[in-house]
Design a protein around this ligand. Structure first.
Ligand code: ATR
Length: 298
């Protein structure tokens, strides 16, 4: 008997059964029951024969301390953190990666032999989605819609690629100014400006929650003269109203689902100390999520 391993000949995938060596990775957040992360990570584990399983845990803020103890006792290799604990998790960690420190938020934690290290893979995942779609950043003029946690993660990573100009447009002006000030301290070579409707941007990124579960709301109205790339981090629906405007104008669009998948794969690279070729995985996981969402509509 081939104990612990089952071959699915149809898909030529080796499926690891749970056994004595199976590792647990997970997501914590206030309410993570609908998160797509388990589908993404468990697919990666099956496909790459990583003996691990990923689960979602909805917990209260007062339970984080005990959760941290469990991570150490159970030797969980790593976990993700989502709203609203990306900032409050920091005080429980032993070390924070430099970029996550600048961003002020952690979405990925690695357990390095009992020492917990915080990272932020949101911005890196987003950057990867742009790069894989051949979107150029160097010397470009970028408009970021929003100034929340996601905007911070994304803008710090974009700045590493030397854009010419970054404008931040946010409902709460103070938040936009704070982000602009934090970025300016670190990147003196980049121009940081207030939003200007006369400026011609090369890339417009929605980092707000506008459009989430709302197919008619858009954070920005494109004009017929806009000739730029647009990217949305919202992925439900996959084609948001914002992206739809771009598609109607025939301009290049980048979907939020790509960032979600890449940030997950980058977390697995950190937890399991290996590099993962993500191009094919992205396509396969996108298909899987599409199929799952069709099934859940039934
Ligand atoms: P995240 O971690 O996902 O970025 P967040 O920090 O709460 O979440 O940020 C949400 C972003 O969406 C903010 O830029 C927020 O604008 P404010 O800073 O003005 O609150 C933006 N946002 C949310 N709802 C919005 C709305 N109805 N109109 C415009 N912007 C909105």
């Amino acid at each position: 008997m081939n104990y612990g391993v089952e071959y699915n000949t149809k898909n030529l995938v080796v499926w690891n059964m749970i056994n004595g060596n199976t590792k647990l990775t997970c997501l914590i957040g206030k309410d993570v029951r609908k998160s797509l992360s388990p589908a993404i990570h468990n697919y990666v584990y099956e496909k790459l024969n990583i003996n691990a399983r990923y689960l979602n845990f909805s917990i209260e803020e007062s339970e984080i301390e005990d959760f941290i103890k469990s991570v150490k006792i159970l030797k969980i290799p790593g976990f993700n953190v989502t709203v609203p604990y990306k900032e409050s998790i920091i005080k429980y960690l032993d070390e924070i990666d430099e970029t996550a420190k600048n961003i002020g938020a952690v979405n990925t934690v690695k357990n390095n032999g009992g020492k917990l290290i915080g990272y932020n893979t949101d911005g890196e995942g987003f950057l990867k989605s742009l790069i894989e779609n051949n979107v150029k950043i160097e010397n470009k003029k970028i408009l970021i819609l929003g100034a929340g946690g996601a905007a911070r993660g994304i803008s710090f990573f974009l700045c590493k690629r030397n854009p010419k100009l970054i404008s931040i447009k946010n409902r709460n002006l103070e938040r936009a100014r704070k982000l602009k000030a934090d970025l300016s301290c670190l990147y003196s070579n980049i121009l940081f400006q207030e939003y200007n409707d006369k400026e011609k941007y090369d890339l417009i990124i929605n980092t707000t929650t506008v459009g989430m579960n709302d197919p008619i709301a858009s954070p920005y109205k494109l004009s017929e003269f806009d000739d730029c790339v647009i990217a949305d981090i919202v992925y439900t629906p996959r084609i948001t109203k914002f992206l739809k405007q771009g598609l109607d104008l025939g301009i290049k669009t980048v979907e939020g689902i790509e960032m979600l998948i890449y940030q997950g794969i980058i977390a697995d690279e950190i937890w399991f100390d290996r590099s993962i070729e993500s191009k094919d995985l992205l396509i396969e996981i996108m298909k899987l999520l599409q199929k799952n969402s069709k099934n859940s509509e039934k």
